[in-house]
Design a protein around this ligand. Structure first.
Ligand code: MV4
Length: 451
């Protein structure tokens, strides 16, 4: 195992990784920007390195500065967390070239999954169901229209280099398609330097269900069941739960098998997530693969009892996975609520100075925190400041626990989305497990506009 690890991230995920490192006796080195001098994770790390100005391009996304901090610290490995450089194939490659270990999959696999068309082809080859659509880049609008007419509207226009909702659009006619194709292609060229586009049949009112996978460098691959992440807005998840209230045991098994097929075909190593869209009939289709630890990983940890950060470190250090698929069972139900510094009505970020933070405590309640009661929430970064995770024997008990915990969650000095979260978890449709990707549109927004 490594004796020192550098964490190339900030906020709650840096704190989360530090926690596991400490338990494993690994010394931790943090990096921080000028805006994060007083962040809790910087104090919690054994060492810390100032790497630049607040803007991410001048700090957390600056590969030279992050690598230099790692070299200076004498760390043997870099854990990238999520976001930032975590899915940057060039960074993973550089880390390896510097003689350090990247805690994640190979740069080749990261690059392949970063190209959504390449990813679709690998999945198809692996026998994983993919959304019906094109398997190579669509050259121009004329070709796009021809394909859409044959497939039937509505279709989705997507950028191969996109992901997480950027560079994509649903369209229902050739006129809309023309505009969407050109607009998104231009955006994709600007943002990703790659204008390759493809087309998929639109899955209407889907659920977003993802499978957690874990694989070592010795040919062992496992899946750790699913997370249901349908409740989102503007492609940002708000509430996630495991297991999904919707999946039958049969579909759960099938999706797990599909995910393992994908892992084997790819030669994937470390932790990863395979995202699927699931329709009303429980048909599932590959959407994207995330080659990193995810924000919502704690709910999987709660229901399986596995520390995913520990497993990532062990796999990266070359260890053999110490448990087998048959050792894994789902225990109880876990829900994560993401706490954002934002207005519950407008969803606008609300950066500023916290004056108080009082947290609910109790059996089955877990906090992942980016802040304390005196922190300044910076406008430079994602406004997610904490995660509240509950674990209980049943979904009903978990919801009750989460509802109570949210009522006792006190943040002062900035606006938060606590009100929104309370409304979601007490909504009838949520209680019934009616969690689809249009939940906020259909149930939350109408409820607040009536106030
Ligand atoms: C789709 C889709 C329906 N059909 N693709 C959104 C994020 C990006 N990862 C892909 N997304 C979608 N792709 C097809 N063919 C619907 C979405 C989608 C969505 C997916 C998961 C969770 C929330 C969503 C909200 C809007 C659209």
């Amino acid at each position: 195992m490594f004796s020192k690890v550098l964490i190339a991230n900030r906020g709650e995920i840096a704190a989360r990784i530090i926690r596991t490192c400490k338990r494993l006796g690994i010394t931790t080195a943090a990096v921080y920007s000028e805006a994060d001098q007083d962040a809790p994770y910087v104090r919690e790390a054994d060492e810390s390195y100032l790497i630049g100005k607040p803007r991410v391009n001048e700090s957390y996304l600056n590969i030279d500065k992050v690598v230099k901090a790692a070299k200076d610290s004498g760390a043997e490995a870099i854990h990238p967390g999520y976001g930032l450089l975590s899915e940057n194939a060039g960074f993973a490659k550089r880390v390896k070239e510097e003689g350090l270990t990247f805690v994640g999959p190979s740069s080749e696999v990261i690059a392949k999954m970063g190209d959504k068309i390449a990813a679709r082809n690998v999945m198809k080859q692996a026998g994983v169901p993919v959304v019906p659509g094109t398997m190579k880049a669509v050259e121009n609008v004329e070709e796009a229209i021809e394909i859409a007419e044959e497939m039937g509207y509505p279709v989705m226009v997507k950028a191969a280099a996109g992901g997480g909702g950027i560079g994509m659009q649903a369209v229902s006619s050739s006129d809309e398609l023309t505009k969407a194709f050109e607009g998104n292609q231009k955006r994709a060229k600007t943002f990703f330097g790659d204008g390759k586009m493809f087309i998929e049949k639109q899955i209407v009112n889907p659920r977003h269900i993802e499978i957690q996978v874990l694989a070592d460098h010795h040919g062992h691959a496992l899946h750790l069941f699913e997370r249901e992440c349908s409740i989102q807005r503007r492609h940002q998840k708000v509430i996630e739960e495991a297991p999904s209230p919707f999946l039958s045991e049969k579909t759960r098994q099938k999706m797990g098998e599909s995910a393992l097929q994908a892992v084997r075909t790819l030669g994937y190593t470390n932790a990863g997530t395979i995202e699927f869209l699931v329709d009303e009939k429980e048909n599932y289709y590959f959407l994207e693969m995330n080659t990193r630890l995810q924000v919502e990983h704690p709910i999987t940890e709660e229901i399986t009892g596995i520390d995913l950060v520990e497993q990532q470190l062990r796999v990266a250090a070359g260890e053999v996975l110490s448990f087998k698929q048959k050792d894994l069972i789902i225990e109880g139900h876990a829900i994560e609520a993401r706490i954002y510094a934002e207005d519950s009505n407008t969803f606008y970020p609300s950066p500023g100075q916290l004056s108080r933070l009082s947290l609910p405590h109790g059996d089955g309640i877990r906090h992942e925190l980016a802040v304390d009661g005196t922190s300044i929430v910076s406008p430079y970064y994602d406004p997610m400041i904490a995660k509240l995770v509950v674990h209980a024997p049943s979904r009903e008990a978990a919801i009750e626990q989460l509802t109570t915990a949210l009522h006792h969650y006190e943040i002062e000095g900035i606006k938060s989305n606590i009100m929104m979260l309370k409304r979601i978890v007490t909504n009838d449709q949520f209680l019934k497990g009616n969690t689809t990707t249009s939940f906020i549109q259909d149930y939350y927004l109408p409820a607040i506009s009536q106030q």
